[in-house]
Design a binder for this molecule. Structure first.
Ligand SMILES: Nc1ncnc2c1ncn2[C@@H]1O[C@H](COP(=O)(O)OP(=O)(O)O)[C@@H](O)[C@H]1O
Ligand SMILES: [Mg+2]
Length: 361
């Protein structure tokens, strides 16, 4: 047995990251065992096939591999999606591409190092909104106190002054002062609420009843755009343990957003179903069955950079928006041990999925 070659083989197959060797014609010549694991497929299904077998429809990966082969360039941190066949799905990967050199330094192929980013992404996703809130909590608590005190003074003085003034139109100015002060005060209170753990009143809740009430409220504003709601409900959906009022607030926010994003004659689909495929991972990595409510609009959609800002408090693109709807909704759903997932495509529409555990622990 050739000892160094054996050693290299061992190292090759023991690596936590996937390794591919790609020929100058971009066919996959070699792979380590990790690739099979990561892509849930056997080597036979991709060896001697094109690189696009594992990264379909991703010209940026092929372009970079081609560049490696022709110029000898290296690429780090290339974001891509790996393709699994059964079930058909994609998972995020991070690639490093470098030339595979022969002893005379001529380029013999390309080496592609594949890092599976699924878990990291999932953790990041869980971390991100909470981070925003932690940071906001510190600022809010300090500010709320400092603002609400003088605000009380302004309101009191305006009310006193109003009693002293005989001129009716001048009194109306002071009414504006009082009501606007009230508005600021309510906004600050909402910010404070956002940073506090919610006091949930859990009861058996019929999600269809919640949705029905919200749709009644929002039907007219959608009808003004000559649009309509289309409901696809799973009648066997069991009731869940939840705070009904809080859930109403969530679905009002989400459905309002869908209505606001809708164009003339836009359709909004509301779907309910039971999901077994999606597992919410808790610290103990147990998965539970969830109910899913999907709100699918065919409205203006969002590009990727807009999607990244979702759930950030005060992020809004609307003239009179508060930018708090999604942040508050996420907090309520997370306090119910659920999850919100948004997928969107600019100009095509947005799908918001709300996952709620069938049973609370
Ligand atoms: N269904 C949707 N379609 C397109 N954009 C959306 C949708 N839902 C939310 N958004 C975007 O996210 C932003 C934040 O939403 P939200 O937190 O509810 O605050 P607001 O509705 O007050 O702006 C919106 O201003 C909008 O740009
Ligand atoms: Mg909103």
């Amino acid at each position: 047995m050739n000892e160094p070659a054996h050693l290299h083989q061992n190292i090759f197959h023991s690596m936590i990251d996937g390794v591919l060797l790609v020929s100058p014609s971009l066919t996959i010549r070699e792979s380590n065992l990790t690739v099979e694991d990561m892509f849930h497929r056997s080597r036979d299904s991709f060896l001697h096939r094109g690189l696009e077998e594992l990264f379909p429809r991703q010209s940026h990966v092929l372009d970079k591999a081609r560049n490696v082969l022709t110029t000898g360039a290296c690429y780090h941190d290339v974001e891509a999606e790996g393709a699994r066949n059964t079930p058909a799905s994609q998972f995020p990967v991070n690639l490093t591409l470098s030339p595979f050199l022969q002893s005379d330094d001529s380029i013999h192929g390309a080496v592609v190092l594949i890092k599976n980013m699924s878990l990291i992404r999932e953790l990041e996703e869980r971390q991100r909104p909470a981070d925003h809130l932690d940071h906001l909590a510190a600022v809010t608590m300090g500010m709320a106190h400092e603002i609400r005190n003088p605000l009380g003074g302004i309101r009191g003085s305006a009310q006193l002054l109003r009693q002293e003034i005989a001129n009716e139109s001048h009194r109306e100015y002071l009414d504006v002062v009082v009501s606007e002060v009230g508005r600021i005060d309510r906004m600050i209170k909402r910010m404070v609420d956002l940073t506090r753990p919610l006091d949930l009143r859990m009861e058996r809740t019929n999600i269809h009843k919640v949705l029905k009430e919200i749709l009644m409220l929002e039907k007219d504003s959608l009808a003004r755009k000559r649009g309509r709601f289309e409901q696809t409900y799973d009648p066997s959906l069991p009731p869940i343990e939840a705070d009904e009022d809080q859930l109403k607030q969530v679905f009002l926010n989400l459905i309002k957003n869908a209505v606001e994003a809708s164009r003339e004659e836009g359709k909004i689909q509301i779907v309910t179903r039971v999901s077994s495929g999606y597992a919410i991972k808790t610290a103990a990595t147990v998965s539970r069955q969830n109910i899913v409510v999907e709100i699918i609009d065919s409205g203006e959609g969002m590009d990727e950079s807009a999607q990244k800002k979702l759930f950030t408090p005060f992020y809004t693109t609307k003239k009179k928006g508060s930018g708090l709807g999604l942040a508050i909704s996420l907090k309520i759903i997370e306090d119910h041990h659920g999850k919100i997932k948004v997928t969107s495509e600019k100009d095509l529409g947005t799908t918001v999925q709300v996952f709620l555990p069938l049973r609370q622990k």
